[in-house]
Design a protein around this ligand. Structure first.
Ligand code: SF4
Ligand code: SF4
Length: 355
């Protein structure tokens, strides 16, 4: 019998799509430098050189914008592009004389060139209302409002170290660690539409979803439904995706929180998790001014106070959290304390507290 072939899934091989100079010198680079913000220059052991010009995009793009970027790639670059994880687009050229006209073409079409080195790169953001079924806010809207204000920091490299920002439109799924993150924060337990639960939800799956075992099966008005022990509920929002009638999004009680100090790299210090430093900010589209104000206050305090090459987490580590709150004019409230009973595992991550 013929062997069954495995079904391949996952990320397709990118090699056929690489710029020929990148494909030829894959894994064989000697060094790279940055001739100016937004431009990376790679030199290979074979002597080949390539310049990558990085521009910011809005991530969720209409077909006309994509065509415009492709036309720029064909006319001013060498027909190849790639996207970074922060939604920046990069155009590769093997001739230094093509760099300046390419930058001019990008800027005149409204794409800022920057995001390299010690800049504020594009904000990594999640899908928001456009694609996902559980967001409590529009991540891309908050990104647009904030990046309008941080444009100068994108095109310059004037931060102490690179700054990665992110937004997440629910509390539990995509997003990841960032120097400063904007994350939805539900503050009330879900409201249950009992008439719909039996039709829509697989109740055991919903009960199993809850991290604090706050959901129980219940019979309401003679129909199978669910109930929530609100004293236990930590308002995480995990029950809403498998059971939309357990509505947790609320125009008043779904807020935004700011977290700081996360990083994935282990350069200079170990990778770190973010910590919440501002809670209960209004979810206020279309410009989210309260959120932008707090992010900018933290960002510019870091810029003024950190030493060269300190990431935001290194800076906080050096000055200490009490000074961080003082310098950033942020109130330290009880809402920032991790009082979930499962938090003993977090506290045990330190050598100072053992129980
Ligand atoms: S962060 Fe949550 S709501 Fe936003 S796209 Fe990801 S899963 Fe959906
Ligand atoms: S919001 Fe989270 S903690 Fe509350 S009932 Fe739903 S899953 Fe449980």
């Amino acid at each position: 019998m013929a062997m069954r072939q495995p079904i391949e899934s996952g990320v397709p091989d990118n090699k056929p799509f690489l710029h020929p100079t990148l494909a030829k010198n894959y894994g064989n680079w000697k060094y790279h430098d940055r001739p100016r913000p937004g431009v990376l220059h790679h030199v290979s052991h074979s002597g080949d050189e390539v310049w990558s010009v990085r521009a910011g995009t809005q991530r969720q793009m209409d077909v006309y914008t994509i065509r415009k970027l492709c036309d720029i790639a064909d006319t001013y670059a060498e027909g190849h592009v790639r996207f970074t994880i922060r939604s920046n687009i990069e155009f590769m050229v093997s001739d230094p004389n093509k760099v300046a006209p390419l930058i001019e073409a990008l800027q005149s079409n409204g794409f800022p060139v920057g995001g390299t080195g010690n800049s504020v790169s594009m904000i990594a953001h999640t899908q928001g209302w456009l694609h996902c079924d559980i967001p409590g806010t529009d991540a891309s809207g908050a990104v647009k409002a904030l990046m309008d204000d941080l444009y100068e920091e994108f095109i310059r490299e004037e931060m102490p170290n690179r700054v990665h920002l992110s937004t997440s439109c629910c509390e539990i799924n995509c997003g990841g660690q960032a120097d400063i993150a904007i994350i939805v924060q539900h503050t009330k337990p879900p409201k249950i539409n009992h008439d719909l639960v039996a039709n829509v939800c697989e109740r055991p799956a919903v009960v199993a979803r809850c991290p604090v075992a706050a959901i129980r099966p219940a019979l309401v008005n003679g129909k199978p439904s669910l109930e929530v022990d609100e004293k236990k509920c930590i308002c995480c929002g995990a029950c809403y995706p498998p059971c939309p009638p357990m509505q947790i999004n609320d125009p008043e009680h779904s807020k935004l929180a700011i977290w700081v100090g996360g990083k994935n790299s282990n350069a200079r210090g170990k990778p770190t998790f973010m910590k919440m430093v501002a809670s209960g900010l209004p979810n206020n589209p279309p410009r989210w001014p309260e959120v932008s104000a707090v992010v900018k206050k933290i960002l510019y305090t870091y810029k003024a106070d950190a030493r060269s090459w300190e990431r935001l987490s290194d800076w906080v580590e050096r000055i200490g959290w009490p000074r961080f709150f003082e310098k950033c004019d942020l109130p330290f409230t009880k809402y920032l304390i991790d009082d979930w009973r499962g938090s003993r595992a977090n506290l045990n991550a330190s050598t100072h507290i053992r129980f």
